[in-house]
Write a protein that binds this ligand. Structure first.
Ligand code: GLY
Length: 370
């Protein structure tokens, strides 16, 4: 069964299809979006080796010529150099505005190919085919595209909505358990930020989702995408409510920045730890009940995800360094820090005026070095 979630953005609206076997249907679903029968598929060498032949066969069977544009796997590809390389390859292929780019991979490929699509010849259509749980439930939906610079992650980018998202649950079978858990952190995030019932469902069915039980996985991805679609339709450019999707991200980004955005701490792991910390911080400020923070933490821990500053073995974090990263966050304004904080499970809000000193003292109580 294929589930369809609509991202309701009028002329820029699009469907997110979720289910099994979508790679084999990709040709039939993408061909009608093309003016002439050709496309460039931006992917990384690992994803392409695993699944490229199936995607190419499906597109070719629908009369679409495929030019793969392959990049090395890993966050370092999301750079000025990586962007220049992809754009140059697209120019060499003589892609024009009537053509379309397919972003086929995880969050790195989606962000990079999406940004290339946003600026190539002042904008060309693209389709997202996300291959990680994290990309299926979060980064492929909503049109955020970006690259990193040495000064920080996702600092250069554009909002550019895809024409279609195909989330094939079958491709998740080749993900490592660790990558599944990291994506699952973003799934729990949806329950925590705005759907108490979904959170309760995840407490019961989380193990089945992580074990890739088809029914459980389909529900978890579809509910996450529904929530994201609803928020994006209301607030595409993050003027307000979309910021709730950043639950766990201010604390999480600081941990990632301190660990160098690498294998030591995956983005989803940082979001997991950051979400648990955000709930405890909310409880420490008297905003939510301590038992809600404990329940959020228990659900995150039950998935084998980190819940605090012990996220990276043998890596102590210094409170000052973490607060410094938070102050550089895109959302920090006027010397105050911005966080998504909680009033309860499934009830969050954006706090834009958090005093850095309060956070510093809290982090020391959490075990950070003074
Ligand atoms: N990942 C957060 C957002 O798309 O707004």
């Amino acid at each position: 069964m294929i589930r369809t979630v609509r991202v309701g953005l009028q002329a820029r609206g699009y469907d997110v299809l979720i289910g099994s076997g979508l790679l084999d249907q990709a040709g039939g679903r993408i061909a009608p979006l093309l003016k002439r029968g050709r496309t460039a598929v931006v992917s990384d060498t690992r994803v392409w080796a695993l699944h490229g032949a199936r995607l190419a066969a499906s597109l070719e069977a629908a009369g679409v010529a495929v030019s793969p544009v392959l990049v090395p796997p890993g966050e370092q590809t999301k750079s000025w150099e990586g962007l220049a390389e992809v754009c140059d390859r697209l120019l060499a292929l003589e892609l024009d505005r009537g053509d379309l780019i397919v972003a086929f991979g995880g969050g790195v490929v989606g962000d990079l190919a999406g940004f290339a699509a946003a600026i190539y010849k002042r904008g060309i259509d693209f389709v997202q085919i996300p291959t990680t749980l994290l990309a299926q439930v979060d980064s492929s939906v909503g049109g955020k595209t970006a690259i990193d610079t040495p000064r920080g992650k996702n600092l250069i980018g554009a909002f550019h909505q895809p024409r279609l998202v195909l989330a094939d649950l079958d491709v998740l079978s080749t993900l490592s358990d660790r990558e599944m858990r990291a994506g699952y952190a973003e799934v729990i995030k949806y329950g925590l930020l705005g759907d108490f019932e979904f959170f309760g469902w995840l407490e019961a069915h989380g193990p089945a989702v992580l074990a890739r039980d088809p029914q459980a996985l389909a529900h978890a991805v579809a509910r996450s995408v529904e929530m994201k679609a609803e928020i994006v339709a209301e607030d595409e450019k993050e003027a307000g409510r979309r910021a709730l999707l950043n639950l766990g991200h201010t604390f999480g980004h600081a941990l990632e920045a301190e660990t160098g955005y690498g294998e030591a701490l995956l983005h989803g792991e940082a979001v997991a730890a950051g979400s648990a910390i955000a709930f405890r911080f909310s409880a420490s400020q008297g905003l939510c009940a301590g038992q809600d923070a404990a329940r959020a933490e228990a659900a995150i821990a039950a998935a084998g995800l980190p819940t605090g500053l012990g996220a990276v073995a043998d890596k102590p974090f210094a409170a000052d360094a973490l607060v410094r990263h938070m102050a550089q966050d895109k959302k920090a304004e006027g010397g105050k820090l911005t966080f998504v904080l909680a009033r309860g499970l499934g009830e969050t809000f954006v706090a834009k005026d958090v005093n850095p000193e309060t956070v510093r003292r809290f982090l020391i109580a959490e075990g950070a070095l003074p």
